[in-house]
Design a protein around this ligand. Sequence first.
Ligand code: UFG
Length: 346
Amino acid sequence: MPILVTGGAGYIGSHACQRLLKDGHTVVSLDSLHRGHRKPMDMLRFAYPNSFTFVHSDLGDTKTVLDTLNTHELDTVMHFGALAYVGESVEDPLWYYRNNIGSGIGLLDACDAAHGGRGIKRFIFSSSCATYGDPPEGMIPVPEHCPQSPTSPYGFTKLHFEHILKDYATKREMQDNPIALTMLRYFNVAGSDRTGMLGEDHTPETHLIPVAIDAALGKRDSMSIFGTDYPTPDGTNIRDYVHVEDLISAHALAMDSTQIGQVEAFNVGIGKGYSVREILDSVKRVSSVNFAVHDAPKRAGDAIALYNDPTKIKSTLGWEAQITDIDEVVASAFNWFKAHPDGYGD
Ligand code: UFG
């Protein structure tokens, strides 16, 4: 099946391209390279010369996206391209809304106009558990029916785009030309592919596991814990860390299982929460380095505790995380960072 992957040069998008190519699909990756990298695109083109194409474009460039969908006869879209830092979204909300929603609508315009106006058939959206914000009492672990009330502009961009997609799916249904729509609400994604080819290279890097690994590798003197008096057992935020390859397996299953006319949302997380301190302990164990850690004020926009109730995705898609040991997740990330001290170097 030919598939358009937006944000295909980014951390998660590049892992998706690799997995889809391995599964025998034809893949077109579209990325502005604003935060994505050309190197993984070059490597995938080398490995899969007949089934992989890279298009350098903003996803809001409707004309280029439309040409791409038509030229390559793409009727499935996996939409990863987005700005994705909670803290940054609080500092520059308009940029987040313009990019994640404005450009997202440009993408949808192209999806709607493709194939002589028949439009694409399948859309898989990278949503986020950040759409839940701080769940009400009794809703942690978080099921899909938990009220969605984000604590950051980033979370709102993902929630608004879910609504936009649902409205679009309704329009298609009314036109008797339905679409299969799957929204995957990721928890915190970590690790790298087991071949060692792809990894995580963000500028700036603000995610907990990579920042801690940088400290362990001596690339920074110390690191900070943002908030130590949260109402959690050790006072620090709790998150659910899912391995990137398990996350992509959920996409593959969603793509195969969601039928035309269906609109589905699934949480993707292992179903276990780890505090910031527990993650730092894991990075120290895996690296054998006791790096310096400072207590720091809370970061605006952070939810207190989020981890998944995996019941729905397990019973509907048969998905279950294969890597559930946190040291294994951290080691997978650590190995890539250690082998690539300058990231992709591009
Ligand atoms: N944290 C620190 N110190 C750091 C970095 C992070 O204490 O140097 C803390 C944060 O305050 C937070 C936790 O570690 O409590 C995790 O923070 P990350 O930045 O790694 O991840 P977020 O939970 O903020 O966000 C990530 C992705 C989002 C995704 C979300 C789902 O960036 O795209 O997970 O929870 F939606």
